[in-house]
Design a binder for this molecule. Structure first.
Ligand code: SF4
Length: 482
């Protein structure tokens, strides 16, 4: 039976709500505050009983900004969470080659083989890209080198870092670098250069040896052993020479095989001394959906494995055996427990692709984001927003004002999208137009079937249920401390 609703809306800031699996009700405010109360307490609110009648409810609703917060302050809190919209692109992704020596299950159909010609970025294109990036209004610029395997085109990576650093000093605009690599072409010289220039390194580690080598096919050797060697070597070198720990992080792409090996995956990361594990679902970009249906799973299967990983990590943290955190959770916990957004494009609204981040392909074509350039490899230039030229200022202006940039912005602004606009987790989630386009041919998402949204709903449900336990909350707060 639907209860009679006598709640006085003028006494509340806007909020959304839902019932959690444990029977309690979560209420979220527009800027991401939350309160969890029992169902009887919620029913009393609906029946018009003032929250002030129950001290616990009153305090929770005040902390969430649902009552007692002037609308202006609520708007300021919302603005703080969207501070990323105040400037131009800070993340500039350079896809320096389409070649790779691996043939990973979820990616290999898109890879150019090592003997292919014409798929490497030239030094001239790299220079034009860096000149364009320096026109960004962002106070700091991040360059991320990707490929398929960026170390295949090492000379251009090296040149780009040196040129961007020189330009940074000349223009007094800070830069930082990161490189995403499978580590198979790493050597002592490259490692020394990268660490000297403080380049953040990111690799793929898909779990224990059998899972990793199943997912990440490498015919010229043992991919797992190679990654293990270099993670340990880089960590040791960095600590010895620069006193810096954890300069290399890793991503784990979950396939159907990893679902069963979740514990081995966590134990592997722990044994490597990693400070975090990212239990990250497959992405339709890698051609996986059609060609390798055996790698896939339902959102519910993924969430079940995520909960196992999360509980195991909480147990390790509580017993003092490990301080490792789970990265997907940490992104959401920052949104839930702090006034700031962690700037993870996939989970923010708008995603700000084409303005917050830009991807430059090997041939100088510019895309809204990394996923956009992957779609280009799959035959669609729908996400192209420009091309580098001799006039970097003009390139910059035309790319951030291009019609495609505007279309992507509107498609990723979930505030007005059916289903999302009333979702209680709206303050924490986002939508990826490139993913939507790949899945359905439309940049707008379909709420009921949106794979990513269903996974993120499951993750948030799991986090909010566990946040009600003080010990869990204490551990979660250590995960977001840095
Ligand atoms: S996932 Fe990375 S290492 Fe594997 S084939 Fe793709 S680019 Fe190469």
């Amino acid at each position: 039976m639907i209860p009679k609703i006598s709640l006085k809306p003028e006494n509340f800031n806007p909020f959304r709500f839902k019932k959690l699996k444990d029977g309690n009700v979560i209420l979220t405010s527009e800027h991401g505050g939350y309160a969890i109360i029992s169902e009887p307490q919620f029913q009393k609110l609906l029946a018009g009983e003032p929250p002030e009648n129950d001290e616990t409810v009153k305090t929770k609703l005040e902390n969430a900004g649902i009552i007692g917060l002037a609308l202006e302050k609520s708007a300021l809190a919302f603005a703080k969470k969207h501070a990323f919209m105040a400037c131009g692109p800070n993340l500039h992704i350079l896809v320096v080659t389409l070649r790779c020596n691996h043939a990973c299950q979820y990616c290999h159909a898109a890879v150019a083989p090592m003997d292919a010609e014409g798929f490497d970025m030239s030094q001239e294109t790299a220079k034009k890209i860096i000149d364009t990036a320096f026109f960004s209004t962002a106070p700091k610029i991040s360059f991320e080198f990707q490929g398929w395997e960026p170390l295949v085109n090492w000379e251009v990576v090296k040149y780009s870092i040196e040129y961007a650093k020189e330009k940074s000093e000349r223009l007094a605009k800070p830069v930082q670098f990161s490189l995403v690599t499978n580590l198979s072409l790493m050597d002592e010289e490259k490692m020394a250069f990268l660490l000297h220039h403080n380049v953040g390194l990111n690799t793929s580690l898909d779990g224990d040896e059998s899972t990793h080598n199943f997912n990440r096919t490498f015919l010229k050797g043992n991919s797992y052993k190679n990654v293990e060697f270099w993670i340990r070597r880089i960590d040791a070198f960095s600590q010895e020479k620069y006193w810096r720990k954890n300069v290399i992080s890793a991503l784990l792409t979950v396939t159907s095989k990893s679902l069963k090996k979740w514990k081995e995956c966590v134990d592997t990361y722990d044994s490597f001394g990693m400070d975090q594990l990212f239990w990250r679902p497959l992405n339709a970009m890698g051609y996986g959906a059609k060609t390798f249906s055996f790698l896939w799973y339902s959102p519910e299967e993924f969430v079940a494995s995520y909960e196992r990983v999360l509980d195991y990590l909480l147990e390790l943290n509580k017993s003092g055996k490990s301080t490792m955190k789970e990265a997907y959770s940490t992104i959401f916990l920052k949104k839930i427990l702090t006034p700031y957004d962690p700037n993870y494009v996939d989970t923010r609204s708008p995603c700000w692709a084409g303005i917050g981040q830009v991807a430059y392909n090997y041939d100088g074509k510019i895309y809204t984001c990394d996923e956009g350039r992957m779609l280009a490899r799959m035959g669609s230039d729908a996400f192209q927003i420009g091309e580098v030229s001799e006039d970097p200022r003009n390139t910059y202006v035309s790319m951030i004002t291009s019609p495609s940039t505007k279309a992507i912005l509107s498609a990723s602004l979930i505030e007005w999208l059916p289903g999302y606009e009333s979702d209680p987790y709206k303050p924490y989630i986002g939508s990826c137009p490139a993913n939507n386009f790949k899945a359905t041919g439309d940049i707008y998402p379909k709420y009921p079937t949106d794979f990513k949204r269903r996974i993120e709903t499951g993750i948030l449900d799991a986090l909010f249920i566990r946040l009600q336990d003080a010990d869990n909350e204490r551990i979660f707060r250590t995960w977001i401390a840095n």
